[in-house]
Design a protein around this ligand. Structure first.
Ligand code: TXE
Length: 499
């Protein structure tokens, strides 16, 4: 190991990870080498699994579901495994944070915060595992009693993206496990390490073999094989709307598996003249720069009341200039590197397009030289028109587009002028205005005078083309169950055929 600045070490040679099926580590496949986006050195080697590996993993998950080694346990026993996993993650917090930084490029302080959220996800799901229940009907007449059972849906395929490798995983896995399902996970090829580490932690916590399986590799081969697999009962996918659409086709062409989809966003932050402008500007700077804007709920459209627009944009641009971009191992860093070369190119292309289409850059717009990595300055565009690409398309980078409005109705209509509906934030001291906006803007998550707040107790998910279904919270467990109605005759049957 070689010593790095800020007291963190980079691997001298990349660490090789196998893949995990039926409680065992496997290897021997072609390897994919991942470079740290912030340091330019190879850090991990992950297996390029084959479609046969996918079949093996699904068969293991199928058997583990069908023989009821997990679904047949009392909820309290499942809760015990989830709580021990939470503790295992707590003990390995620094190790997980380090791999998140090395593969993803996010700041270490942020990675640690995300892991704390992941621990809370396991704890929340443990509570839900104990409390999950159905319903009963005592009003069907004296001769009939009705029950609604909640049953786990079966084998779940889980495909996760590279922007929050561990966080998105942990917003799904404990809730899937709480329901009694078994699963096969495929992480994004560039960020597989922490999904594999979780396999060890779950096994040490007592999760039976075959319940959590991981196959690694590309979306086109391994991801696609999962979406088409006839023995997967439900697929949870988080990623681009384009691939989400292909999951819908694959489900239709195979076994009509249920889908949970969390897709893109173009989320509005609406600022009224009566808001605390300093607070709102701080939130807007955070909302677009957090995770370098590679965040599905990032607030990428600023919709500000015209009477204060110029003043607000000045305060905001000043704040954005002060954001500390740099080596993610520096504990002071707020914004790290862009995760992939292709995402870097996409963001820079959008910045160029915004300029070409006539929007004005108030701050940022340039590549930053922060050492051996890919860094882009947080960027604010003003004078954006609804027809521009930067107004309509998900950039997935630290690029904020500003629009101005004159009335409440115009603010709402601008906010809804998108195919997406993942999240929104509104800033006003006037409760009537804030609530009207909250009710009329179509988005799955809403923040009033705050942004990106909340924990695993509340559900996440999108309206419109941002997705289907909900993750986390009680709804996030129920999503992985199906209801079975049961009718029990309690009196003598009145015969249909005369005796
Ligand atoms: O996503 P992909 P990419 C958006 C964001 C970004 C764009 C492209 O706008 O710029 O998507 O990112 C797997 N069948 N979001 O190309 O391709 C893939 O291996 C099955 C928003 O990385 O959707 C990875 O595990 N799976 C989003 C996962 O899908 C396939 C987060 C996501 O990759 C597949 C990420 C296929 N045919 C990107 N092709 C959010 N909402 O947070 C790929 N995959």
């Amino acid at each position: 190991m070689q010593e790095m600045t800020y007291g963190i070490t980079l691997p001298e040679t990349p660490r090789e990870f196998g893949f995990f099926i039926n409680g065992e580590w496997r290897g021997g496949r072609e390897l994919y080498e991942r470079d740290s986006p912030s340091h330019g050195v190879p850090v991990t080697l992950t297996s390029r699994c084959t479609p046969d590996d996918v079949n093996d993993a699904v068969a293991a998950a199928r058997l583990a579901f069908d023989d009821r080694r997990w679904a047949g346990l009392p909820g309290g026993a499942r809760a015990g495994v989830l709580l021990r996993t939470a503790e295992g993650i707590r003990q390995r917090r620094e190790e997980i944070a380090r791999w998140e930084v090395l593969e993803n490029g996010k700041p270490i302080s942020q990675a640690r915060g995300e892991i704390d959220h992941c621990i809370a996800c396991f704890e929340t799901a443990a509570g839900a595992a104990r409390l999950l229940h159905g319903d009963s009907f005592n009003n069907l007449g004296d001769n009939l009693f009705g029950m609604v059972l909640r049953e786990p849906i079966g084998v779940v395929g889980l495909i996760t993206p590279w922007n929050f490798p561990f966080l998105i995983l942990c917003e799904r896995v404990p809730f899937i496990l709480a329901s009694g399902c078994t699963l096969v996970v495929k992480p994004a090829e560039v960020t597989s390490a922490t999904t594999l580490i979780l396999a060890d932690i779950l096994a040490e916590a007592g999760l039976p073999a075959g319940v959590y399986n991981v196959v690694t590799g590309t979306g086109r081969t391994i991801g696609q094989a999962l979406t088409e697999h006839p023995d997967i009962d439900m697929l949870s996918f988080t990623g681009s709307t384009a691939v989400g659409r292909s999951c819908v086709h694959a489900s239709g062409d195979s076994n009509l598996k249920k889908l949970g989809l969390e897709l893109g966003g173009k989320n509005p932050i609406i600022v009224f003249a009566d808001a605390d402008l300093e607070d709102a500007a701080d939130a807007a700077a955070f909302g677009i720069s957090f995770n370098t804007g590679q965040c599905c709920v990032s607030s990428s459209r600023l919709i500000v009341e015209r009477t204060v627009a110029e003043k607000f944009e000045t305060i905001l641009a000043d704040k954005m200039k002060k954001i500390r971009v740099g080596d993610p191992f520096d504990p002071e860093t707020q914004v790290g590197a862009i995760t992939t070369t292709s995402q870097n190119e996409t963001i820079l292309n959008y910045i160029a397009k915004g300029k070409e289409e006539g929007a004005k850059i108030l701050t940022g717009g340039e590549v930053l030289d922060c050492g051996n990595g890919r860094y882009i300055a947080p960027t604010l565009f003003s004078g954006v028109k609804s027809s521009m690409a930067i107004a309509r398309e998900e950039i997935f980078g630290p690029v904020l587009s500003s629009f101005h409005f004159d009335s409440l109705d115009e603010a709402i209509s601008l906010a809804n002028d998108t195919v997406y509906g993942l999240a929104a934030s509104v800033w006003s001291k006037n409760i009537d205005k804030a609530l009207t906006v909250t009710r009329r803007v179509r988005a799955g998550r809403f923040w009033v005078n705050t942004i990106m707040a909340g924990g695993p107790e509340t559900p996440t998910g999108g309206f419109k083309q941002s997705g289907w279904g909900r993750e986390t919270g009680i709804l996030g467990v129920e999503e992985y169950t199906q209801a079975k109605s049961v009718h029990i005759e309690t009196g003598g049957r009145s015969h249909w055929i005369a005796s």
